[in-house]
Design a protein around this ligand. Structure first.
Ligand code: AMP
Ligand code: GLY
Length: 426
């Protein structure tokens, strides 16, 4: 088989690393890819948003299966476009991808089908939103979300009415997130511990992946600004067997059935971002793809061949009898980000030490914003590497991955020192 993976992050590097282990696969392409994917397959210099060129490439190269990393091409309708041409592709249709791309729609779906989530209201007028915060909610924190796609940055947790009013105005006037902010969701603030729950679905059957946990804030102790994710591990002990069962029934089952009822049959990876507080679960959001960096530890733990289940979903088949085998050992990924990330990442800093990790046992350096210039590896984005490892216990994997991450260096490198610590406390 020939497989095309779309995207250029650590997630896509991890997907290709896993896909390449399948005996079914002969050739792998990545568009546009990065310096990491180039070591495992062939990078094709086509942007993930250039659907016309991606389609032309897939047809010309007779790609058997296309796998999408990021949400934007899904929201643009890449699945509909490829399927109309008879190509096999893993992911939801444009109508189904609205579960991530349109938070107002997503919240309305959760409400309609009984998926537990924070109470909310949707606004497109500044005055109505500000009145709601001042007269009804009154006490901070206030959670204000751009309805559209904002690269993971569209949520403001305001600590005062003034801050809330500024966020409302910035979003609804289009200043903060462009058109993505012209409709907003204001919702109840939830406390608890977050976890990521991903599953494969064919539109009817749901095969969950192992649980995982992201670290969204830039700094230790969950401080500082939100990022795309500074590290992840799997499994997440906060997802106990009882919580797992509850999520399957109340979140995944209800949403997959709800989407089918709405004639937006959801196929692909369904990702629920959860807030867990004791026995209580609430859904913060749905994503329509693998998480980055959750994908990195998940791929390291997945023992089964990933290609057959992907192909079955792309064929609009039935995954009821698939079973995924997981390495029982925990895996952990530490993201190293560029100077200035997340606001203004600097590019062009030379990265040293990566090749030394090639010989490390149970460690893989998944690369994100890394390119080769004059034979040297240099930073080329916000998140740069995701050093990932697997070991007997959570403490052992922390003790393995941190020294590995310290082998890699570049100017202005930022990373958290506490990835995995929450799991140790449980
Ligand atoms: P989202 O993109 O909706 O997942 O939000 C991004 C991040 O904002 C989440 O991972 C949470 O850390 C935080 N967040 C979102 N909604 C809430 C909420 N209702 N209460 C508390 N924190 C939230
Ligand atoms: N790790 C969060 C995300 O992929 O959206």
């Amino acid at each position: 088989m020939k497989i095309l993976v779309i995207g250029s992050g650590g997630r896509e590097h991890a997907l290709i690393w896993k896909i390449k282990q399948s005996p079914l696969v002969k050739e792998i392409f990545c568009a546009p890819g990065n310096a990491g994917t180039a070591r495992l397959g062939i990078n094709i210099p086509i942007d993930a948003k250039d659907l016309t060129e991606l389609l032309a490439f897939a047809k010309k190269s007779r790609i058997d299966l296309t796998v999408i990393g990021p949400e934007v091409p899904l929201d643009m309708g890449i699945v509909d476009l490829f399927e109309a041409e008879g190509l096999k592709i893993l992911g939801p249709s444009q109508k189904a991808a609205q579960l991530e791309a349109n938070k107002a729609f997503s919240k309305d779906m959760m409400k309609k089908y009984g998926v537990p989530t924070a109470r909310y209201s949707v606004f497109d007028k500044i005055i109505h939103a500000q009145d709601f915060v001042e007269d009804l909610l009154k006490t901070p924190p206030f959670v204000i979300k751009a309805s559209g796609l904002a690269a993971g940055k569209g949520v403001v947790i305001a600590q005062s009415i003034a801050e809330a009013n500024a966020a409302i105005k910035g979003m609804l006037t289009g200043k903060l997130f462009g058109d993505a902010g012209r409709e907003i969701v204001i919702e109840e603030y939830l406390s608890g511990e977050e976890a990521s729950f991903l599953a494969f679905t064919d539109g009817r059957n749901i095969i969950p992946l192992a649980s995982s946990q992201d670290h969204k804030k830039l700094l230790d102790g969950d401080l500082g600004p939100n990022t795309g994710g500074m590290g992840a591990y799997s499994p997440a002990p906060v997802v106990t067997p009882a919580i797992h069962d509850k999520v399957m029934v109340e979140v995944m089952r209800r949403m997959v059935d709800g989407m089918a009822k709405e004639r937006r049959t959801y196929r692909g990876i369904l990702y629920a971002g959860l807030m867990i507080n004791g026995d209580d679960i609430k859904t913060l959001e749905f994503n329509c793809r693998f998480g980055d960096p959750e994908c990195q530890p998940l791929m390291m733990r997945l023992k089964s061949d990933i290609v057959p289940i992907m192909m079955e979903i792309a064929n609009h088949g039935d995954i009821r009898h698939f079973k995924l085998d997981w390495d029982p050992r925990p895996a952990l990924c530490i993201v190293q980000a560029a100077h200035g990330y997340p606001d203004a990442p600097r590019k062009g800093d030379e990265i040293v030490g990566l090749h030394d990790l090639d010989d490390w046992k149970d460690i893989v350096a998944f690369l994100a914003g890394v390119k080769v210039v004059d034979g040297k590896l240099v930073t080329d984005g916000g998140r740069i590497t995701g050093i990932t490892g697997i070991a007997e216990t959570m403490q052992a994997v922390i003790d393995l991955v941190y020294p590995a991450a310290h082998m890699v260096d570049f100017d202005g490198r930022q990373f958290r020192d506490d990835i995995g610590r929450k799991a140790l406390g449980r």
